[in-house]
Design a protein around this ligand. Structure first.
Ligand SMILES: [Zn+2]
Length: 345
């Protein structure tokens, strides 16, 4: 991967107002076996169901949001969404999807709109369903990610195992995938120049992972949120961020950006209202788990006594109704995680 690092050094001048960007200095012997984080799903509550991310039958539908701004929506409720933004010089793509076939669908969608080069591909987090398609993009495309995302991507074999239950244990989904790491990492903020328009990358803190990136297109006020906000009718997927961190992150997000449309990494597009819903949920979660701990309840008793509230469940006839069992399991995971965080202090 060093060859790419040398090659990208001349490209940095196109990023204006770079506050903390750096060329990723990852070694070429870069795949590692086991990440230095606890396996937060290893002892997840029984009700937790892995999200159904198998891409079979997923067709990315192009939805234009404004001049040169496109969402790519998977059509299957939880399978990953993507998007792209076209400037005078070239294109920025949001997320790479899970394999070469899906990455090919993204590039086909771009080619139906423009023949300009894909200058940048942003990985919103390190999970395989957002990054395994990286290697199927052209060599000249620069891959950009938060520093923590870039570092976590080195645990390539571990990530293949982590994603496996979400693709029905079907390894063939990504058996051909080769690791391609980011060329550019950023810490807080990065503005990328596509020619005649800028795209902003923001890091607001830990949420679903330690490196969730929000991609913001200021003209249409569209935010791609990866796993940080997973779409209309959902609750926060608290995998690696604790309740206080997630609260702080969403609160910074909503205070910093005036968002009109959210294109989540999974699920249905949303308005900025979903940020208020996430803040309410996280505050409710904290208060109710705190109360259960103060009442002397065990973790299991706390999970059992705090089902997902009706106000956070889709109606039975809503388009998101199929997600109800997943959301209930996710909520149990969030309760468990919060119980541990609050009792560890
Ligand atoms: Zn995801």
């Amino acid at each position: 991967m060093n060859r790419r690092i040398i090659k990208t050094a001349s490209g940095v001048h196109t990023h204006t107002r770079v506050f903390a960007a750096a060329i990723v200095g990852l070694s070429s012997a870069s795949t590692l076996a086991q990440p230095p984080i606890e396996s937060f799903l290893a002892d997840a509550p029984q009700s937790f169901i892995p999200p159904p991310l198998h891409p079979s039958g997923a067709q990315l539908q192009t939805r234009q949001l404004g001049e040169g701004v496109y969402a790519l929506l998977s059509g299957l409720p939880v399978v990953d969404n993507n998007g792209f933004i076209v400037g005078e010089r070239g294109v920025l793509v949001i997320d790479a999807h899970i394999n070469a076939e899906m990455a090919g669908q993204i590039q086909d969608a771009v080619r139906r709109v423009t023949d300009k080069p894909i200058l940048y591909l942003v990985n919103t987090n390190y999970h395989g369903d957002h990054t395994f398609g990286n290697y199927a993009f052209p060599d000249e495309t620069l891959i950009v990610a938060h520093r923590n995302t870039a570092e976590h991507m080195r645990y390539f074999e571990y990530e293949k195992e982590f994603v496996l239950p979400a693709v029905n244990d079907d390894r063939s989904v990504y058996s051909d995938v080769e690791l391609r790491l980011p060329d550019i990492a950023f810490d807080e903020y990065l503005r990328l120049d596509l020619g005649g328009r800028f795209v902003e990358l923001h890091y607001f803190g830990r949420g679903n992972t330690t490196g969730d990136t929000v991609v913001f297109e200021p003209q249409t006020r569209t935010a791609w949120t990866g796993n940080l906000v997973v779409g209309e009718g959902t609750i926060p997927p608290m995998f690696e961020g604790g309740v206080d961190e997630y609260l702080q992150t969403i609160s910074r997000f909503s205070q910093t950006l005036d968002v009109k449309t959210i294109i989540p990494g999974h699920g249905a597009p949303a308005t900025a209202d979903i940020l208020g819903r996430y803040l309410r949920y996280l505050n409710d979660l904290r208060t109710s788990v705190r109360g259960a701990i103060d009442d002397g309840k065990t973790a299991d008793a706390t999970i059992a006594s705090l089902p997902l509230g009706a106000e956070y469940l889709p109606a039975n006839d809503a388009p998101q109704a199929a997600l109800i069992p997943f959301l209930q399991g996710l909520h149990s995971l969030n309760v468990q995680r919060t119980y541990r965080d609050l009792t560890a202090r």
